[in-house]
Design a protein around this ligand. Structure first.
Ligand code: BDR
Ligand code: CA
Length: 314
C-alpha cells in the first residue's frame, strides 16, 4: 500500500511514522507536516529529523498548513507542551537532518499523489484536518479516488480530551474537519472512542529497550515522556492514537465501526464536537465509519512487536 501521512509531530505522530516504516506492506511515499501539537515549522523539522534517524531520509516532507481555517496564526497551547514536550517529541534531542522540506505544499502533494495512484493510495491524517480539507477543496474528484482516508480525531461516544465535547485535532480546526466530514468522501474516523482503548506503559517497551541504536533510544525516550504525561489526571499510560489511525487504513476489518453521516460544531460550547448530522439522519448512505472497537491488547502487541523487529534489523 502506498501511504501518505499528514502529521502534527507530536510523539504519537512520531510513533505512527515509525510504525509505517516498520511495516513491510507499506510504501511511505510522503509525509506532510502541519500545525497542531507544535507549529507547522517544528512539525516539518521533526519529520525531517525523524526520517533521517529512521534511515529513510529520501521520503519527501511537505509543508502543510500553519494555521486553522479562518485564523491568522497559531500557537500551541500549554496542553500540547504538557503532552508532547517543548519540541513535540518529548524533549528528546535529535541530530538536525541534512535534508530540507520539499517546495510542494502538503495539500498539493496529496492531490498529485491521488491523481497518480488513486485506489492504491491511503491517506492517514493525524493532526488537524486542514491539509486534507485543502486537498479536497483543490480536487475533490482526485481525493474521492483514494483507496482509504483514515483520520485520527473526534469523539462520538466518549467525552473529548480538549473540552468536554471536543478532541484536540478537531478542536484545532473545526471548520476544516466539518468540511472533510461533510464532503461525502468515505472517511474512517479513529477517535477517542477507540484510541483510548489502546495505551502503552513502560512494560510494553521492553524489547525496544534491548536495542542499542539512536532510533531505539529516541523512541524509548519519547514514549516514556508520553506515557507519563498524556493523562491530565496523572494516570500512567499513553494512548497510541495516531498509530491506530494507520492500522485502520491497513486492517479495516479489525475494527468495529458505526456508519454515520457526521458534522462538526464550529461555535459555542460544543465547538469541535463530532456529532451525527441531523439533516442527514434519514439518508441510507453513510459516509463516515466511526471506529468504536478494536482488539486493543492485540493491537498494542502488534505495534510494539513490529517496531521492535524493525529496530532490531541491521
Ligand atoms: C491527538 O492529539 C494529539 O495530541 C495527538 O498527536 C493525537 O493526534 C489526540 O487527541
Ligand atoms: Ca497527532
Amino acid at each position: 500500500m502506498k501511504l501518505i501521512l499528514d502529521l502534527d509531530t507530536g510523539i504519537d505522530d512520531a510513533l505512527a511514522l515509525a510504525y509505517a516504516l516498520a511495516l513491510p506492506q507499506v510504501e511511505l511515499i510522503g509525509v506532510g507536516g502541519c500545525f497542531g501539537n507544535v507549529t507547522r515549522d517544528r512539525s516539518v523539522q521533526n519529520n525531517l529529523d525523524l526520517l533521517a534517524l529512521f534511515g529513510a531520509p529520501e521520503v519527501p516532507v511537505c509543508p502543510g498548513a500553519d494555521h486553522p481555517w479562518g485564523a491568522d496564526g497559531y500557537r500551541p497551547g500549554d496542553f500540547k507542551y504538557r503532552v508532547h514536550g517543548e519540541n513535540g517529541i518529548g524533549n528528546v534531542l535529535l541530530p538536525a537532518a541534512g535534508g530540507r522540506a520539499c517546495e510542494t505544499p502538503a495539500a498539493r502533494f496529496l492531490v498529485e499523489a491521488a491523481r497518480r495512484w488513486g485506489g492504491e493510495l491511503a491517506v492517514v491524517a493525524t493532526g488537524p484536518l486542514t491539509d486534507l480539507a485543502d486537498a479536497i477543496r483543490l480536487d475533490r474528484a482526485a481525493m474521492a479516488s483514494v483507496g482509504a482516508i483514515s483520520v485520527m480525531g473526534g469523539a462520538l461516544t466518549v467525552p473529548g480530551n480538549r473540552t468536554p465535547f471536543a478532541e484536540a485535532n478537531i478542536c484545532d480546526d473545526p471548520a476544516a474537519a466539518k468540511y472533510v466530514f461533510e464532503s461525502g468522501l468515505p472517511v474512517t474516523m479513529v477517535g477517542l472512542d477507540v484510541t483510548l482503548q489502546t495505551k502503552i506503559v513502560g512494560a510494553d517497551l521492553a524489547r525496544w529497550r534491548q536495542v542499542e541504536s539512536p532510533a531505539a533510544a529516541a523512541l524509548v525516550g519519547m514514549s516514556e515522556y508520553y506515557y507519563t504525561n498524556e493523562s491530565e489526571t496523572g494516570e500512567i499510560g499513553g494512548a497510541i492514537h495516531d498509530p491506530l489511525a494507520l492500522e485502520a487504513a491497513l486492517c479495516p476489518g479489525a475494527f468495529s465501526v458505526l456508519p454515520i453521516n457526521l458534522t462538526v460544531e464550529t461555535e459555542g460550547p460544543g465547538r469541535g464536537r463530532t456529532i451525527g448530522d441531523p439533516a442527514l439522519l434519514g439518508r441510507p448512505e453513510k459516509t463516515t465509519r466511526v471506529c468504536v472497537g478494536v482488539g486493543a491488547a492485540a493491537f498494542v502487541a502488534k505495534f510494539c512487536g513490529a517496531i521492535a523487529d524493525w529496530l532490531g534489523r541491521d
